[in-house]
Design a protein around this ligand. Structure first.
Ligand code: BG6
Length: 489
């Protein structure tokens, strides 16, 4: 039974002909329409600097929509309805005068959802101009990452937006928070009392968070090289996952209760000093290798690459959280481009029981693990020890999974894309899946000291073969603590 009431709004999309809008946002809006989650009077205004016939640009939007939405989901009646909602306006986001036609077109609509699929350097100008034409009062603004490239620049962006919008109407996107399995972390932890009693340093030995991508940088070299994997992935997606795993139970599901708890985790992250750096952080950069059996170039040989770049495409690190719950429990984080497969997963390793009664040689085999697979094959698996079957097996133990695979278990339900969920939540006015200003800033604070550490040490990224799990040093990072990355082949 649907539990939400669909509310009308006007959705204005800045940067409507950019990659994000075309690949993710229009398909998400279409899927919401198809699911009956767009109100009949909801309108979508596509805004971009490209001049010319509106019809030509709307045709581009439709053509890419048809490319990115699975053919089976294209329904002629929905497409027609969706088309009727759309309009296009050409404007220069920095030019105040260009906002008058927009103001005229959306006058009187409430709420106005202004989605900024543009670089953060434009956010301040858009906010100022929206306010100047009297549109700020009824608007919610949606900000894409990256919000700055360090603490100081993220503050500038946040302050520029805060001049015109209160925090309660700012929605900062981290699309990982819109993934179905990521939201399931909250259900898993707080709707199952079974786990809560175990969720601490008395029972958990360590936690792994891996976000691996098979793709390289391809057409995004210029952008990516300014950022690198730490800023692009750790500062946001991986730290958000860490927060959801490590936070204390919020007192309720309100946005601020959840975000208060996440901020406490970020504040409790132990800084990694330059002295600890060599043992706790590994930066890597992919070199020539192969993917799916085909040769692929290294990062420095990609199109438009600067062959002397020392930007990292891989980071592995050990993070420690200084509080009672997690003291002594390392969180190993690892993320990279050009890995053997696309894989996002969290593995919680539980400690052994205090008194071991089985044959000593079996002891290394014994461990309970909770594996939360975010993508692909979304699901949860709890590895438990059982007795091996058979008369001749005695009390020989084996490890087996208690498995919940979401697509198999809930066969009729399609797993929505993260952007569908996030756009819907903005329309509903729910902020709990969005990142608050202080979260962004604490995450930057922690990442800034890492960047300062490697700059001070002159640490260059270690090469790894494209299609491998990263530099050897990332294996050493965890084996040094007597452990290994779960599931690496
Ligand atoms: C983005 C990063 O935020 O997340 C990209 O900027 C990365 O570099 C992407 O490829 C990964 O997202 P997903 O949903 O494909 O895991």
């Amino acid at each position: 039974m649907p539990v939400i009431t669909v509310k009308p709004c006007t959705f204005v999309l800045f940067g409507a002909l950019g990659d994000l809008a075309l690949r993710k946002l229009f398909p998400a809006l279409y899927q919401l329409d198809r699911a009956g989650l767009l109100h009949a009077s909801t309108r979508i205004v596509a805004l971009a600097r490209e001049k010319g016939e509106a019809g030509t640009h709307l045709a581009t939007i439709e053509a890419t929509l048809l490319r990115y939405v699975p053919a089976a989901d294209i329904e002629p009646t929905v497409l027609q309805r969706f088309r009727a909602r759309l309009s296009y306006l050409s404007m220069d986001f920095f030019t105040a005068g260009d906002y008058a036609p927009l103001a005229e077109q959306v006058a009187g609509t409430d709420p106005l959802i202004a989605y900024f699929a543009t670089p953060a350097s434009v956010y301040g100008a858009i906010c100022e101009n929206l306010a100047a034409v009297g549109l700020a009062e009824q608007s919610r603004v949606v900000l894409e990452k990256p919000i700055g490239h360090d603490l100081a620049s993220s503050r500038e962006v946040n302050e520029a937006v805060a001049r015109y919008f209160p925090e309660s109407r700012i929605y900062r996107i981290d699309h990982y928070l819109g993934k179905e399995t990521v939201q399931n972390l909250i259900a898993l932890r707080f709707a199952n009392s079974l786990f809560e009693t175990q969720w601490n340093q008395h029972h958990i030995s360590h936690v792994e968070i891996t976000v691996a991508e098979k793709v390289g940088i391809e057409g995004r070299w210029g952008y990516f090289d300014q950022a690198g994997q730490l800023r692009d992935m750790i500062q946001n997606h991986l730290l958000q996952l860490l927060c959801l795993i490590a936070m204390d139970p919020p007192s309720d599901l309100s946005a601020d209760s959840i975000r208060d708890e996440k901020v406490k985790v970020l504040k409790a992250l132990a800084p990694i000093t330059a002295e600890q750096f060599g043992r706790q952080v590994v930066r890597g950069q992919y070199a020539t290798g192969s993917s799916d059996g085909k040769p692929v170039p290294g990062y420095l040989e990609e199109e438009n690459a600067n062959p002397h770049s020392d930007t990292e495409t891989f980071v592995a690190l050990r993070a420690d959280i200084r509080n009672w719950r997690w003291s002594g429990v390392p969180f190993y984080l690892r993320t990279g481009k050009r890995m053997p497969q696309k894989l996002s997963q969290i593995v919680i390793h539980f400690k052994e029981s205090s008194h071991y009664i089985f044959a000593p040689e079996q002891r290394p085999l014994v461990s309970n693990r909770l594996i939360i697979r975010l993508q692909p094959d979304e699901g949860i698996s709890l590895q438990v020890m059982t007795k091996d079957q058979g008369l001749d097996k005695g009390m020989h133990l084996r490890s087996g999974p208690l498995q919940l695979n979401f697509s198999e278990t809930y066969k009729s339900t399609r797993i929505p894309d993260a952007y569908e969920r996030l756009v819907l939540e903005v329309m509903q006015g729910n902020q709990y899946l969005f990142v608050r200003k202080d979260e962004v800033e604490h995450a930057w604070l922690w990442c800034d000291q890492l960047i300062a550490g490697w700059t001070q040490l002159g640490d260059s990224p270690k090469p790894y073969t494209a299609g491998s799990w990263g530099p050897m040093a990332s294996m050493a990072l965890i084996t040094r603590d007597g452990r290994s990355w779960y599931g690496d082949l």
